[in-house]
Design a protein around this ligand. Structure first.
Ligand SMILES: Cc1cc2nc3c(=O)[nH]c(=O)nc-3n(C[C@H](O)[C@H](O)[C@H](O)COP(=O)(O)OP(=O)(O)OC[C@H]3O[C@@H](n4cnc5c(N)ncnc54)[C@H](O)[C@@H]3O)c2cc1C
Length: 591
């Protein structure tokens, strides 16, 4: 399996040249100088490649085991998780009062990309804990915060999110888990949850489950859902562990990928739980940290595409087959490395131009979320909320596609487990499904986010791109970047016009094009990011001490995206304009 190499120079370029984070007027950003971020990223990268990455194959081969009601994780996970915990890596952007370092999200977004590339299953144990931490931070009582947050912050205790039940995943209004008030501030929870990530394991002393359930007189549907904290071991007032709660693992799911992460059926048999926030406001409470959670899942798509690309690139430089079409390149061998062949290069360029663009997209969104949280900037929050379903949907759809492309570079060897290529694809696949399927992300974008605050944030997003297009640009930047970007934004505007003219009178016509629209926005966003990155790279090239090779490769990679990927906006628009006719005409029995 390929040994992960952190793309440190790309992180530096994105943060300090494309985004120029140190110039942002956001609390905590002034300290983010290149020397500081480089030191942090080098340390994290070392941990990712030397300690975490070696545990990845182990996770896939051994998987988790259910022994006497307790889940055992793969052997090498304990040490890797301990190192993450010890180094304070799991609490970088957590509030100081609960034991974190209060660093901006942009930093932990980068370190998480490295850890996730190195081992996605392992990082899910801390990722879910982060979700539980945020829900209690934002909605829990003062006592709950003091009791749970310091330990969740460091992952001494880990967390889970329990939404899904056997008969419902997307439509949570249907949930049946019951929470009966016991008259002493506690509730008794009964019901079954399925597919619960990190539901049980041996990496922490306690597991804090956040569970959606309905109280006896709750209204029907999503308006009757409440959120409860249900610890595996009850917690005494002084924070020590008390008796075992009445909950158990019914089954450990066998699944396609992320085998090192325990996906559990959880049975709650009169388990003791406590209400978080207000009764019947549970879904809202669970979803307040949706932006960060979905950003994290989008990043899983990027992180798996990155490690798969690294492996494919190394293989393409090493594997020799055939001769270069315009004459043999290497006189010392009777065949050339396959990287000389245009089709292999096309494949690698597809991956590289997507990955580096998506990295810029996710980093930009993390800065917007920092601006929203640290400065209370409503506009940044609005634009981030608009783009988050795109990051989740587009980046995981494409991320998965590119893990498959990377596998293709290996020919038959990519299909054989020994090389590890199938694991990246299998692990990545789930990111398109959980945290709201990608189809639901598209509906969220078209049905909710576009019209949020009267369409204000889509207008602001369009304005950002258009203002940039109108700036003074050099002739070669115009030709390679600005002209294709302009075309793509016209396609986006045409799609918006179609939705405006048809969406209200015939919602089916808009919804039928939702996934195409999500990809259209994803493509335009990466086009915008590549154009800005190319502009920064050209600027940097004026400095003779800059890394010319690296910067030129950015411009060429960006140019590939603009000419070979971005034109897909036209196809997406054409599909959207057909409305619902071809999608909906067939009766169910005609399929
Ligand atoms: C490995 C793994 C880990 C998971 N981890 C967790 C976890 O930690 N916690 C948790 O609570 N859940 C978890 N899940 C559950 C996951 O979030 C759900 O599987 C997912 O939300 C989809 O729900 P479902 O499987 O019930 O599919 P359904 O809701 O039955 O959907 C089936 C299909 O129909 C589509 N669909 C449904 N409704 C609509 C609609 N209105 N419009 C258009 N399309 C629609 C969906 O997009 C999907 O393609 C996990 C799942 C897996 C496999």
């Amino acid at each position: 399996m390929h040994a992960y190499q952190p793309p440190l120079e790309d992180f530096n370029f994105i943060l300090h040249h494309f985004l120029e984070i140190e110039k942002e007027d956001i609390k905590g950003y002034n300290d983010l100088l290149p020397e500081f971020t480089r030191t942090i990223f080098e340390e994290a990268g070392k941990l990712a490649s030397e300690v975490i990455s070696p545990s990845n194959k182990d996770g896939d081969e051994q998987g988790c085991r259910l022994e006497n009601g307790v889940v055992r994780t793969p052997n090498s996970f304990k040490l890797a998780f301990e190192k993450l915990r010890e180094g304070g890596w799991l609490s970088l952007d957590i509030e100081e009062e609960f034991g974190g370092q209060n660093l901006p999200l942009i930093l932990s977004t980068v370190t998480n990309e490295m850890f996730t590339s190195a081992n996605m299953s392992l990082t899910m144990y801390s990722g879910l804990s982060r979700g539980a931490y945020s829900a209690i931070l934002l909605h829990g009582s003062e006592d709950q915060k003091q009791l749970y947050l310091p330990k969740l912050a460091t992952c001494e205790w880990t967390g889970t999110m329990n939404l899904t039940e056997p008969h419902c995943g997307t439509d949570l209004g249907l949930i049946r888990t019951k929470a009966t008030p016991m008259g002493d501030n506690s509730y008794q929870l009964s019901g079954q949850k399925i597919f619960i990530s990190s539901g049980d394991h041996d990496l922490s002393k306690n597991i804090i489950h956040l569970v959606l359930a309905k109280t006896p007189d709750a209204p029907n549907g999503v308006k009757g859902i409440s959120l409860f904290v249900v610890p595996k071991f009850l917690v005494n007032d002084d924070g020590s562990l008390g008796e075992r709660n009445k909950l158990s693992v019914g089954k450990l799911e066998k699944k396609m990928g992320i085998k090192g992460n325990a996906t559990c059926v959880m049975n709650y048999d009169g388990a003791k739980g406590y209400l978080v926030g207000e009764e019947n406001k549970g879904l809202k409470a669970m979803f307040t940290m949706m932006n960060e959670a979905r950003l994290g899942v989008g990043m899983q798509g990027l992180a798996q595409a990155e490690i798969a690309y690294q492996a494919a690139l190394a293989y393409a430089k090493d594997r020799r087959q055939g001769k270069a079409i315009n004459g043999k390149v290497d006189p010392d061998h009777n065949a050339d490395p396959i990287i000389v062949h245009p089709d292999v290069r096309r494949n690698l360029m597809e991956q590289k131009s997507f990955i580096e663009g998506a990295r810029g997209f996710i980093a930009w969104a993390a800065v917007l979320l920092d601006k929203a949280k640290r400065e209370g900037d409503k506009s940044a929050e609005g634009i981030a909320s608009l783009l988050i379903p795109v990051i989740k949907g587009y980046v995981t759809d494409k991320g998965f596609e590119y893990t498959i492309n990377a596998q293709q570079v290996f020919g038959g060897h990519g299909y054989i487990e020994e090389w590890g290529m199938s694991q990246y694809a299998r692990d990545c696949r789930i990111a398109m499904i959980y945290e709201g399927t990608n189809g639901i992300q598209a509906l969220d974008l078209v049905g909710r986010k576009l019209s949020m605050d009267g369409g204000k944030y889509m207008r602001e997003y369009l304005n950002l791109v258009q203002v940039f297009i109108k700036e003074e640009h050099s002739e070669d930047l115009k030709k390679d970047f600005i002209t294709p970007l302009k075309k793509s934004i016209e396609h986006l505007q045409a799609a918006l016009l179609f939705f405006m003219q048809n969406g209200l009178k015939n919602p089916l016509s808009a919804v039928s094009g939702a996934t195409d629209f999500l990809h259209l926005v994803g493509l335009v966003s990466l086009g915008f990011i590549w154009a800005k990155k190319a502009q920064s790279a050209k600027e940097r090239l004026k400095d003779i001490s800059a890394n010319k090779n690296f910067l030129e490769s950015k411009i060429l990679t960006g140019s590939y995206f603009m000419h070979r990927q971005l034109p897909e906006t036209k196809l997406r628009l054409d599909r959207i304009l057909t409305g619902e006719k071809q999608v909906m005409s067939l009766a169910a029995d005609q399929f």
